[in-house]
Design a protein around this ligand. Structure first.
Ligand code: M6R
Length: 357
C-alpha cells in the first residue's frame, strides 16, 4: 500500500523521490540483465532506417526530447507521433524500422493501438515503460523499464523524468558511449534536483506572487522545447489555468499577440542556444509581459531581464539540463494548484490511465 508519508500529496512525494530514483536507475542500468536488454534493442536500433516513437501526453513530450537525442547522438531518423493520430493514419512503416512506445501505465489505449499497428507491419517493437506485466509490456519484443515505482499522482512527475533518462541511456548505449562519464552526469543531475528541492520555498514564493494571472506561456528552444510543452501541460492539468508551451522561436508567429501585463512567460533556458532564448525573452519584456526565468547561474543577461530568475548550475549535467529545469516547473505548478485550492492528486476530469478513447 502506498502512503503519502510526510507529504500532503502524492505529487509532492513523487517529486521528492526523483533524486534517489535517478541514482537507482544508474545502478540498474549497470546490471548485466539490463545491459542484455539494451543489446537486444541496439541490434535492431542500429539497423533501423526510421525509429517510430508513439506516446500520449507527458510521454509524448519525452518522445520529442528523445528524437533530439537520437538525432544528435545516433544520427537516426526519428518519427515522433501522438499515438491517437498515428493509429488512424497510414504511416509509412518499413520492416526494418523499429517502434518505441513510451508509457508509464502500459495501458494507454492509443499507445497500445499504435504498437499493434507496428507489430502487424512486422516492425520490432520496444517500450520505455514503468509497469512490468502491463498490456504494452506484454506486447513488446523487449522492454526498458524506468524503475519509477508506483506513480499515484495523476500529474506525471517522476515517471516523466525517468522516461527521459532511460531514453538517454539507450541513446548513449547505442552510440557506444555509455560509460562512467555518462553515469556521473546522471548522478550530478540527481544532486542538482536535490538542491532544487531544498530551495522549494523560493518556488513557492514565486507561485504565491503569480498564481492568479490570466495565462502562462512556457518557452524554450532545443532540448528545452519539450520541457516547455511539459511545463504547460502540468499547469493546465492541476492548476486549471490556460497555459501553452511554445518553441521560443515560434513566439513571433502568433502567440506574442497574447502578451500583456497579465500574461506570464516562463522562459526555460540552458547553456544551449542561450543567446537566442534571451532575445525571445527580451521581446516579451518589451511588450510588458511578466518574465520568469529558469536557467544557468551564469546567465546574467537573462537574470537582468526577468522579474524572477531561478539560477541553477547546469554546467555538469550537459544535455540533461532540461530535466532539472522541469523539476522547477513541477514545483511551480504544484504550488500554483495549492494556492488555487485544487485537488492536486486527482485533478478534475482526468484519469491516471486512459484506457478508453
Ligand atoms: O500511462 P501513460 O504514460 O501512457 O500516460 C500517458 C498520458 O496519459 C499521461 O502522460 C498524462 O498526460 C499525464 N497525466 C501527464 O501528467
Amino acid at each position: 500500500v502506498s502512503t503519502k508519508g510526510d507529504f500532503d500529496h502524492f505529487m509532492m512525494k513523487e517529486i521528492h523521490e526523483q533524486p534517489d530514483l535517478i541514482r537507482n536507475l544508474v545502478y540498474k542500468y549497470k546490471s548485466p540483465q539490463v545491459i542484455e536488454k539494451l543489446k537486444k534493442v541496439k541490434d535492431k536500433f542500429d539497423k533501423a532506417e526510421t525509429i517510430h516513437i508513439t506516446a500520449c501526453g507527458s510521454a509524448w513530450h519525452c518522445g520529442i526530447l528523445l528524437k533530439y537525442y537520437f538525432e544528435k547522438y545516433n544520427k537516426k531518423q526519428v518519427n515522433i507521433e501522438l499515438a491517437s493520430e498515428f493509429r488512424y493514419r497510414n504511416p509509412t512503416l518499413r520492416k526494418n524500422d523499429i517502434s518505441i512506445s513510451i508509457s508509464q501505465s502500459g495501458e494507454t489505449i492509443d499507445t497500445l493501438a499504435s504498437l499493434q499497428l507496428c507489430k502487424e507491419e512486422g516492425l520490432s517493437c520496444f517500450s520505455i515503460i514503468n509497469t512490468e506485466g502491463s498490456t504494452i509490456f506484454r506486447e513488446c519484443d523487449e522492454n526498458l523499464l524506468i524503475f519509477a515505482g508506483k506513480e499515484i499522482g495523476v500529474a506525471s512527475t517522476k515517471a516523466f523524468t525517468l522516461q527521459v533518462l532511460t531514453g538517454y541511456l539507450l541513446s548513449k548505449f547505442c552510440s557506444n558511449d555509455l560509460n562512467n562519464d555518462i553515469f556521473k552526469e546522471i548522478e550530478n543531475l540527481a544532486g542538482l534536483i536535490d538542491e532544487i528541492i531544498l530551495r522549494k520555498d523560493e518556488i513557492k514564493d514565486a507561485a504565491k506572487s503569480y498564481y492568479n494571472k490570466r495565462g502562462y506561456i512556457f518557452t524554450g528552444r532545443g532540448f528545452m522545447f519539450p520541457m516547455a510543452l511539459e511545463g504547460a501541460l502540468k499547469l493546465k492539468e492541476i492548476a486549471y489555468v490556460h497555459a501553452e508551451g511554445y518553441a521560443a522561436g515560434e513566439l513571433k508567429h502568433g502567440p506574442i499577440a497574447l502578451i500583456d501585463s497579465e500574461m506570464v512567460n516562463v522562459v526555460l533556458s540552458s547553456l544551449n542556444l542561450q543567446e537566442k532564448t534571451l532575445s525571445n525573452a527580451q521581446e516579451v519584456k518589451a511588450r510588458n509581459g511578466i518574465l520568469l526565468g529558469v536557467g544557468d547561474i551564469s546567465d546574467k543577461e537573462l537574470l537582468a531581464s526577468c522579474e524572477l530568475y531561478f539560477g541553477l548550475d547546469l554546467s555538469k549535467v550537459g544535455d540533461l539540463a532540461g530535466v532539472a529545469v522541469n523539476v522547477v516547473a513541477q514545483l511551480f505548478t504544484y504550488y500554483i494548484a495549492l494556492f488555487k485550492g485544487n485537488d492536486i492528486d486527482k485533478p478534475r476530469n482526468l484519469a491516471k490511465s486512459v484506457t478508453v478513447e
